[in-house]
Design a protein around this ligand. Sequence first.
Ligand code: ADP
Ligand code: TRP
Length: 356
Amino acid sequence: MKEIVLSGIRSTGNLHLGNYYGALRKFVNIQDDYDCNFFIADLHALTTSTDPAALHASVKSVLAEYLAAGIDPEKATIFIQSDIPEISEMYLLLNMHVGIGELMRTASFKDKARKALGIATGDSQADDSEEAFEREIIGASTNKRVNAGLLTYPTLMAVDILIQKATKVPVGKDQLQHLELTRRFARRFNSFYGVDLFPEPTDFDFGGAPVKVPGLDGSGKMGKSEGNCIYLTDDPKVLRKKVMRATTDEGPQAPNSPMSEPVANLFTLLELTSTPEVVTHFRDAYADCSIRYGDLKKQLAEDILAVTTPIRERVSDILANEDYLRRVVRDGAERARARASETLKEVRHIMGIRPL
Ligand code: ADP
Ligand code: TRP
């Protein structure tokens, strides 16, 4: 029996190089060796996205990007979260064992709630104290609202994992707290009812060093909300322009100078996408001050394109084949539902929801 791996990406827009190197490429690399389950977290996307047309389009594009990047539906189960109604039911049941306090203390909740309320941390004008946060959350002094789905986001994520009894969950660093909560909920359920139903899932980095893909704006991380992304589906013109505009500095002033963060970021991208010879060439040029950032960027743009072009081309073919897309998610949902309904049946029975 292969170990069960499960991971999902929210359908909140096109996938970028960070998603590719941080998640997608790893999914592809392990699909032969594990019982892999990759899904599109559209219910999770609902916690922050309110445009139905955009959500619908994004589910389809993320699915096409999964397939175009090389996830093989013959090897891995690919499904859409909302196609598994058992998840929603178990989410209701598990919420009975989750404390609102522990949810409110989750870092991602605090961040997103602050954003929803317009309490920007770091803004000297804003009162960003804990008291202000709590006052605002219960609506004492504002008509803005933090939706309850955002609060219970970790319950839903725990259910995604536990309902499949997955033991390995490949996620980025930002998701580790959610995984910790998942383990806590699993332990709590098992011990409350005196059962041994849920295994405790762990993070999974496939043995490779974790990658953090930097942004083009000199910042630490490429991310959808950062607005600094290279998308897998960017056409060559757009992509070249983005790379050529990437932040740099005035160039090394003396041999073997340390690199500024924006320049180091370009080298990180080059290491991910170019050959070792190319990387060495530019490192040497940096060290002896002969480097021209324009040349480095031109090379980088072409090397990124070599990675993204085949994916972009496959995405457009795959999107045109609606029957194929429907078939993939129908088969995936069937497989994911089989296991989910087994688990839900056990959970209902354990909790006392039993036929008369
Ligand atoms: P975003 O931060 O752009 O909203 P998500 O939170 O939807 O992306 O991330 C989906 C997956 O991609 C997660 O597993 C996350 O860890 C990974 N990921 C996102 N951005 C990066 C990045 N810059 N470097 C490495 N991995 C990333
Ligand atoms: N919360 C994850 C993210 O924002 C997406 C996700 C939802 C997920 N459910 C999951 C990831 C279950 C792994 C397992 O990236």
